[in-house]
Design a protein around this ligand. Structure first.
Ligand code: IVH
Length: 666
């Protein structure tokens, strides 16, 4: 017998056993060092004898496969989602319908926690994992096997040789998210906003080594073909999955009748924050599999299960301070500085207080304890004051009557305060920041804090100063963290911005209500900023989407000698004011199609990508509706993806997008 072969088999057995003990049973009979030693020994053996490497070897879990795209997989049975219940009343109504349809007096249910992660399907044949697939649109998902097998608890082989399909949730624990974010903060990388997005981004990594580093975990909650495999209840099928080596959530419980269900709901609403993973609700499932066919399905959801969604999470924290920000238009916004607090999966330490009326109506004071509300992906909000905790000596918050940055008296209009001083430093800085942002000239490599430093040093106090940075080379190089290389990169991109299309320049000027879209429309009509300036008020009004207010704002801006001069100076410096002729796009995939973008793209900014698609005749819109043809999905996508799924809108991920663009641009 081949000695190496024997050893490979022995090591495989041991490593699988230790993995199972550690990741599924939460206990281990071996030290980490010993585990690593055995893994390295197996890796070395497999390198020396590639013929002995099994595709299900424990070494395959460390990642290493880099794919260029994910294979599409048609689910053998549609991956459904669940209808939602938001209250005890909704749950009772669900129970009533189930009792009515089945004739049972008390229904045996199974209660589970609803993990806020990413749904996954595992398919086994002949005891071997065939693939792991994402839900996709429910009908077609993507093959992410290489990434899912980096989750150590996922069995690669099982001791059941039937065709088996299992569904569950891949997630990232709170602890892992915190550790990853602490590392990312040190390395200056953007933080992962919450566990669900972090998990979704990791599963869709093309490089499985990166996915392996993300330390994903999974719980399995649904044996799709349990009835054909002779199970009578969902609970038995889960117990069996656990025996086969799958990680099944220990928080599950059988409940007989709605009262026991409601007890579970009460208990877990409290227990929620003590779990090491985010849950956004609970799941109620009829336990008897024979009842599934009787109860049936709607288009997208089974009628034998329902998700109970927790009310938006609310926490209490202290307001340490209130400060005012003054934006480029002069709008004053009060902001609360909070004692950092974790709510609905994210740590927050700032919250907007909107305006004076908001602060006054809730009587918010510095030193107060306030309720913070957060539901899903939305921005956290202050929803009220905990008056029981108020220190009676706290003075009422008095809204300043002058601008905190220039001391100019504030003017109130429709419950919003404005600083009307055009020379206000805060407004000036924000105007400069806007000028270079992707809403304007899109000058990369120059962030808001650097602009603020330039402003405070007197290097850049108006738009034109950006184009004369070379006069301040020495001074800039003396600043912290700016190398010659950085300096050169900044000046190069600034110089290149002179050749931007005219609509970007027009938008960058910051004329009220004249954003990028309106600027584009105006430039399509007038072909140059000068033509637009010369146009009559009525002619401006006849432009699509341009109403009285916008036309007035444009006329005011160019009639004011100060702003007009600023424009002329910039033009004199060589900034392009003429619309770049659009070549009519030849027929291609994107032509005439409407698309929406969500999430962060890794190969280019959203603006750049939008421009590429628009050059091909595609049309970008901001919200998902049935008029939209496809949704482009970057990392950490928002809730648009759910909406697109519900409307059956095609999802295009970044890799596929790049291929389609290459093809269309040929
Ligand atoms: S059962 C047909 N059980 O919630 C039944 N789903 O909105 C399929 N989820 O797509 C789902 N925990 O991604 C089920 N214990 C659990 C769950 C769970 C999380 C997710 C799953 C599903 C979504 C439903």
């Amino acid at each position: 017998m081949d000695k190496d072969k024997e050893r490979v088999e022995e090591l495989t057995k041991l490593l699988n056993k230790y993995n199972y003990e550690y990741y599924v049973l939460n206990q281990s009979s071996v030290s980490d060092a010993e585990f690593d030693r055995l893994m390295q020994e197996l890796q070395a053996l497999e390198t020396r004898r590639p013929d002995l490497k099994d595709k299900f070897s424990p070494t395959s879990r460390v990642g290493g496969m880099v794919s260029s795209e994910f294979r599409k997989i048609t689910h053998s049975r549609m991956m459904l989602s669940l209808a939602n219940a938001f209250s005890e009343k909704d749950l009772r109504e669900f129970d009533r319908k189930v009792r009515q349809a089945t004739g049972l007096r008390e229904v045996p249910y199974m209660m589970e926690v609803k993990i806020d992660g990413l749904a996954m399907s595992l398919v086994y044949e002949n005891g071997e994992l065939q693939y792991a697939a994402t839900r996709g649109d429910g009908v077609i998902g993507e093959d992410v096997t290489q990434n899912v097998i980096t989750i150590p608890s996922v069995p690669l082989k099982i001791k059941d040789f039937r065709n088996i399909e299992i569904r569950g949730e891949v997630y990232m624990s709170k602890k892992t998210l915190n550790t990853l974010n602490a590392e990312r903060e040190k390395r200056g990388l953007p933080l992962l906003s919450n566990a669900r997005n972090a998990a979704a981004g990791s599963v869709r990594q093309l490089d499985s080594k990166i996915a392996a580093k993300r330390k994903l975990e999974a719980f399995w909650y649904y044996f799709v073909n349990a009835a054909e495999c002779d199970f009578e209840t969902h609970s038995d099928s889960l117990d069996y999955l656990q025996k086969l080596g799958f990680r099944v959530n220990p928080e599950r419980r059988k409940c007989l009748g709605i009262e026991e269900v409601l007890d579970y709901v009460k208990e877990y609403t409290e227990k929620r924050s003590s779990l090491d993973y985010d849950i956004d609700g609970l799941v109620l499932k009829v336990d008897e599999l024979a009842l599934y066919d009787i109860l049936g399905y709607t288009m997208k959801t089974p009628k034998w299960a329902i998700a109970y969604k927790f009310p938006p999470e609310e926490v209490v924290t202290k307001i340490k301070d209130i400060f005012l920000t003054v934006g480029r238009t002069g709008r004053v916004v009060p902001n609360a500085v909070l004692e950092p607090v974790r709510v609905a999966g994210s740590v927050i330490q700032r919250a907007t207080l909107n305006n004076e009326d908001f602060v006054r109506n809730l009587d918010i004071r510095i030193g107060d304890y306030v309720y913070i509300h957060k539901a899903g992906d939305v921005i956290p909000e202050v929803s009220g004051v905990d008056l029981n905790k108020r220190n009676k000596t706290l003075p009422k918050y008095k809204f300043q009557s002058t601008c905190p940055y220039c001391h100019h008296p504030l003017v109130k209009k429709d419950s919003i305060h404005y600083c009307v001083n055009d020379m206000c430093p805060s407004r000036s800085i924000n105007k400069l920041v806007f000028f270079i942002s992707d809403q304007g000239m899109d000058i990369k490599g120059l962030g808001p804090s650097l602009v603020e430093d330039f402003f405070n040093l007197g290097i850049v106090t108006n738009f034109a100063d950006f184009y004369t940075l070379a006069d301040h080379k020495e001074e800039i190089m003396d600043m912290d963290g700016i190398s010659e290389k950085t300096y050169n990169a900044i000046t190069r991109t600034i110089e290149a911005s002179k050749r931007n299309d005219a609509y970007m320049f027009l938008a960058a000027l910051g004329i009220p209500m004249v954003g990028k879209k309106t600027s584009q429309t105006l430039m399509e009509k007038y072909q140059s900023i000068d033509n637009m300036i010369d146009a009559s008020f009525d002619d401006l009004l006849s432009t699509p989407d341009v109403g009285m207010q916008i036309a007035t704002n444009i006329k005011h801006y160019f009639a004011n000698p100060q702003t007009r001069d600023q424009y002329e100076i910039l033009k004199g410096m060589g900034i392009n004011t003429i619309a770049i002729k659009k070549v009519v796009a030849k027929d291609n995939f994107f032509k005439g199609k409407r698309f929406v973008l969500t999430g962060t793209l890794s190969s280019a900014s959203r603006t750049e990508m939008t421009e590429r698609i628009e050059a091909l005749g595609g049309k970008s819109t901001s919200s998902v509706s049935s008029m939209v043809n496809f949704l482009i999905v970057g990392e950490n996508p928002g809730s648009k993806i759910d909406k697109a799924r519900s409307l059956n809108i095609r999802l295009i991920y970044e890799e596929e997008l790049l291929e389609l663009l290459d093809e269309a641009e040929k």
